[in-house]
Design a protein around this ligand. Sequence first.
Ligand code: CMP
Length: 139
Amino acid sequence: AIERTFSMIKPDATKRNLTGAITKKLEDAGLRVVASKRVWMSRRQAEGFYAVHKERPFFDELCEFMSSAPTVVQVLEGENAILKNREIMGATNPAEAAEGTIRKEFATSIGENSVHGSDAPETAAEEIRYWFSDTEIVG
Ligand code: CMP
């Protein structure tokens, strides 16, 4: 089925001018960018977005990093978009990411892992709603 998923290019990648290179990998895999904006999120926005991780030991470090420089938030659309995006991203830890994936090619550590992508339909809907209004999504 045609799905929408949420994708974010993280500060480590925007700082290295990799927005285009990462987006090209998503497009080459058949995903369409139907919404996109550059956001320098506040600490509070980062904490809200990652609220599900708030008990984790890395939560502070994660929110500090995500608000340290600009990100690019996107909505991707395509056949099986949620799973497809996760395949193109590769494993959370770049040391475990498969050849050809975004994290294998660009990420430097488990924290600075260049991209985020929704892991399921419910989180995709929530994460899209967190960053975008309906009129910003143009399919
Ligand atoms: P992401 O998909 O954005 O969701 C939560 C993030 O926490 C994850 O990617 C990692 O970048 C980050 N993170 C930082 N440290 C860790 C860790 N030790 N284990 C798992 N995730 C971590």
